[in-house]
Design a protein around this ligand. Structure first.
Ligand SMILES: [Zn+2]
Length: 548
């Protein structure tokens, strides 16, 4: 008996031990292969929390790029401003890159675990003091979770998250880039680029200093076709790889159209140079708010969306590394997507807007809280991303479309303008935007923002009780418009009647639920449709129609 029991305990412990071993080796495997978005999110989110006390104000980077070897060699000078008293600096660096030296006048201890680098300083730095450090590193880039930068034989693309998450998305900084590439490669950078041959004649030097603070950067080099145009004091430069067939004229004209339009709508984004690079095999388009935009597709909605990031995300800044959301992703992506739809509406007309709006679908059965979705939730691979994407882009844009209906176009645009002018070059969250709306409207808008961005409520309109009588040649038709959701709509919605001779539209104020709509028509009504122009994020459109 005793022996059997002992054996049991022994085998149980062995089993437990092996399970633990398996689990930890699996986590380690995920960790070293960067396969786990959750681990990456956990690590960067924790670092983000620790980094809160530091802010990089200036970033000088000198890169030596050798595409033929797939290697970069970097020297960077970073100016760190301390927001708290502290003895350390923390930063993330691609794990394919090896740190060669760190200089700060005095001795610094450097510790590294995977992406995380900790610099222990010899003394405590006081709040509001600055500190300059020089860091040299080199190596091959390893793809990390959400980035798709690369160094290939004839082409490279580097973004801040590919190298060193500078500063690590903590705010805006002044940037100064110097570099060297092989003589055959053209760096695609905006503004003052010097293409000087190096002493040995094998390389080419370039230099770039953005004219305003930036939130990040993208550096690209390769073999390009190039087209530049200057309009209203702004130089637009479009690069497309020579192997790719692109209508440069058409694309640059759309870029100029969108940029000028948004400038007129939201205010000045401060860029005098805009460089757009087509990346045909990139799986995403990017705008890191440095005046450099990469486009994997060049259809009008994509161009408009990426250009709009010059305002939302690029100037009104959102914290990208955060583990818990505060509406930052919504403000970057939902606002950019809304801006893209608005550009389509104003520049290509209502029908084009409606066609595009039909694509902004989100699964009614998969609702998430928009405010909680972070950059990682949005950018990491996996099934979940699709839902998060629908939430921040499609539903995010719809939240603004509906808000425009409620506020009226004039007040809504005032809110967008004020949001941009009051918060440019600052980190924002959804409360900041809500506060702007409330100030303009003179009352609380929690009834709107809470269910739509802090909740998972859905909206559903229904038309019922259709009745029609003829009185002296006029058809009097009544119907009920029911708001089946828990969200109150203090606004007018469109109801359309289709008669034998045409269409008629009534605006129905939804302060009563159900509300009654009355049509007086000369011919018989064939059909009544609630919200025919898709102004509301109605999740069940089948019941919006009643046919006679
Ligand atoms: Zn975007």
């Amino acid at each position: 008996m005793q022996i059997i029991k002992r054996r049991k305990v022994f085998f149980l412990s062995l089993l437990l031990f092996s399970v633990l071993c398996l689990l930890s080796s699996y986590s380690y495997y995920l960790l070293i292969t960067n396969r786990s978005p959750y681990i990456l999110k956990l690590v960067t989110g924790t670092v983000d929390f620790l980094m809160k006390g530091q802010s990089i104000s200036n970033y000088n980077i000198n890169l030596n790029i050798s595409p033929e070897k797939g290697v970069i060699n970097v020297e960077s000078n970073i100016n760190v401003k301390f927001l708290k008293d502290r003895r350390y600096i923390i930063f993330l660096l691609n794990d394919g890159l090896k740190v060669n030296s760190i200089k700060y006048g005095k001795a610094v201890s450097h510790y590294r675990i995977w992406l995380i680098n900790l610099l222990l300083l010899p003394e405590k730095i006081k709040k509001d003091d600055d500190l300059s450090i020089n860091i040299k590193y080199e190596g091959n880039l390893r793809p990390l979770g959400f980035s798709d930068g690369y160094i290939k034989e004839k082409e490279f693309i580097l973004r801040n998250e590919d190298i060193w998450y500078p500063l690590d998305f903590q705010g805006l900084f002044t940037l100064n880039v110097n570099g060297r590439v092989p003589v055959s490669i053209t760096p695609a950078l905006p503004g003052s680029i010097i293409n000087k041959l190096t002493g040995d004649g094998k390389g080419k030097r370039f230099s770039w200093r953005p004219e305003r603070p930036v939130t990040g950067f993208a550096l690209m080099g390769g073999y390009f076709n190039k087209l530049a145009k200057s309009v209203n004091g702004i130089t637009y430069t479009l690069y497309s790889p020579v192997y790719h067939n692109e209508d440069l004229e058409k694309t640059i004209d759309n870029i100029i159209l969108c940029h000028s339009f948004f400038k007129g709508q939201f205010g000045d984004d401060g860029f005098k140079n805009l460089t757009i690079i087509i990346t045909p095999h990139g799986y995403r388009s990017y705008n890191h708010g440095a005046g450099i935009i990469t486009l994997s597709k060049t259809d009008f909605p994509t161009i408009a969306h990426e250009i709009a990031h010059n305002w939302w995300g690029g100037t009104v800044y959102v914290d990208l590394l955060r583990r818990k959301g505060d509406g930052g992703q919504w403000i970057a992506e939902g606002f950019a997507e809304f801006s893209s739809l608005m550009a389509i509406e104003k520049l290509h007309g209502k029908d084009a807007f409606l066609r595009e709006l039909k694509n902004e679908n989100f699964n009614p059965h998969e609702q998430r809280i928009i405010e909680s979705i972070t950059t990682f939730d949005n950018l990491m691979d996996g099934e979940d991303v699709k839902i998060n994407n629908q939430m921040v882009y499609a539903k995010g844009a719809y939240v603004l479309i509906m808000l425009r209906e409620i506020m009226g176009e004039e007040k809504f645009m005032k809110a967008m303008k004020n949001f941009f002018s009051e918060y440019n070059y600052k980190i924002v969250n959804s409360n900041d935007f809500q506060w702007i709306v409330e100030r303009i409207m003179g009352n609380s808008f929690s009834w709107y923002f809470d269910p739509w961005i802090r909740g998972t409520e859905r909206l559903d309109f229904e038309i019922t009780d259709l009745n029609s009588i003829e009185r002296g040649g006029t058809f009097v038709t009544t119907a009920k418009v029911v708001n089946k959701s828990k969200i109150n709509i203090y606004a007018e919605i469109d109801v359309m009647a289709i008669t034998e001779n045409g269409k008629e539209i009534q605006r129905v104020f939804m302060d009563e639920n159900p509300a009654t709509v009355v049509f007086n028509t000369k011919s018989k009504i064939k059909e009544i449709i609630a919200d025919p122009f898709l102004k509301w994020a109605d999740m069940e459109r089948e019941n919006n129609f009643v046919r006679h």
